[in-house]
Design a protein around this ligand. Structure first.
Ligand SMILES: Cc1cc2nc3c(=O)[nH]c(=O)nc-3n(C[C@H](O)[C@H](O)[C@H](O)COP(=O)(O)O)c2cc1C
Length: 346
């Protein structure tokens, strides 16, 4: 028998990640804030949606391609930004970007990267965008933005759901401080997530002027804020509750999405994350109006299981599942899925 790929399903990758990681690292990655209601709700809301099954459609050609902010993508999937990656692989952010590049998948580098933005950019052969934590003074952020632009990142997404750091009880209980653990990474100044309690809409205006790159906001959960973001010139609205790691008992992202899509009315592009872990999940996000579905933990388990190769494998499996789901539901173009393709069943 020919040796096949090392991993053949996503649960297998997740199991291997769990086996390899320390209990602290696993809990830091998998956990959420407080009662983890938001974390579970993201998942439950996705599971409550059924996919309509259209039959007798010729599905030999399935087109996964799309564009985000004018950047052509081979699939409507991205790796969401994650800090603390050194806890999951010694080469952390660099290895994650390399893995995403191997799978020709858009990657967002975290503003809490453990590596210089240039080193991560050099490791990736695919499209990349940057997630900003507005930490430190504006001069510091301004310098960082110039480096991000020069290194070839194609957009900047400001994360707005970390005014204060969520109470992640798994870490608190274990007396585990991820910032301390991250200090092993080479980036000289990882930002302090407790800084931005002062962030307001005026910082969004400032950011738009401080960079030539398109600006996004990550952590939008209401149509009111989405509308305001568009009016402020934001080009990418990222529907996210930080994977249940910040505000506990908030809404599931897949349920927050439809009114936001309506409020944005095509004036910005929409990314979503929050519990998306499979091709079926991705299809649901796309059908409800997202341009791109971002995956965090699904890629993280790939990184922990087998470095860049594990990331690439996880992304390939999700892509393969999406293709299969589209074929079996009679869909041929990922960029043209209609909202009625998914519906609530219980
Ligand atoms: C280990 C870990 C680290 C994260 N770090 C960041 C970060 O630095 N910046 C950010 O905007 N979001 C961060 N997030 C949130 C993710 O970008 C994403 O919004 C969230 O995990 C939802 O995706 P998921 O359900 O696929 O995990 C992090 C998530 C995880 C799991």
């Amino acid at each position: 028998m020919m040796p096949g790929p090392r991993f053949v399903t996503l649960p297998e990758i997740r199991r291997e990640a769990k086996r390899r990681l320390s209990r602290e690292a696993w809990n830091f990655g998998a956990g959420g804030a407080e009662t983890e209601t938001t974390l579970k709700r993201n998942r439950r809301a996705l599971d409550r949606l059924a996919i309509r099954q259209d039959i007798l459609v010729d599905v030999r050609e399935i087109d996964l391609r799309t564009t985000l902010l004018g950047v052509p993508l081979s699939a409507p999937i991205a790796v969401a930004p994650m800090g603390g990656l050194v806890l999951f692989h010694p080469e952390g952010d660099v290895e994650m970007a390399r893995g995403a590049g191997l799978a020709d998948t858009l990657v967002f580098l975290s503003g809490a990267t453990g590596w210089p933005v240039e080193a991560v950019a050099a490791a990736s052969t695919g499209p990349k965008m940057f997630q900003l934590y507005h930490m430190g003074d504006r001069a510091w952020v301004g310098d960082l933005l110039a480096r991000v632009e020069a290194a070839g990142y194609l957009a900047v997404c400001l994360t707005v759901d970390v005014q204060v750091y969520g109470r992640r009880e798994r870490d608190i209980l274990a007396r585990f401080n991820p910032r301390e653990a991250m200090s092993k990474a080479p980036n000289p100044r990882p930002p302090d997530p407790s800084y931005p309690a002062r962030l307001t809409w005026s910082d969004v205006d400032w950011l738009r002027k401080a960079t030539n790159l398109p600006v996004g906001l990550k952590g939008v959960m209401t149509p009111q804020d989405a509308r305001r973001a568009v009016e402020a010139g934001v080009e990418l609205v990222w529907v996210s509750n930080h994977g249940g790691r910040q505000l506990d008992h908030t809404q599931a992202t897949i349920d927050a999405l439809p009114p936001i899509v309506d409020a944005v009315g095509g004036r910005a592009e929409i990314v979503i994350d929050g519990g998306f872990a499979r091709g079926t999940d991705v299809l649901k996000g796309l059908a409800r109006g997202a341009t791109v579905v971002a995956l965090a933990r699904a890629a993280l388990w790939g990184l922990a299981a087998d470095g860049a190769a594990g990331v690439a494998r996880a992304l390939e499996i999700v892509r393969d599942e999406l293709r299969t789901t589209m074929a079996l539901s009679g869909q041929t173009c990922a960029a043209r899925l209609e909202p009625e393709l998914v519906f609530r069943v219980d």
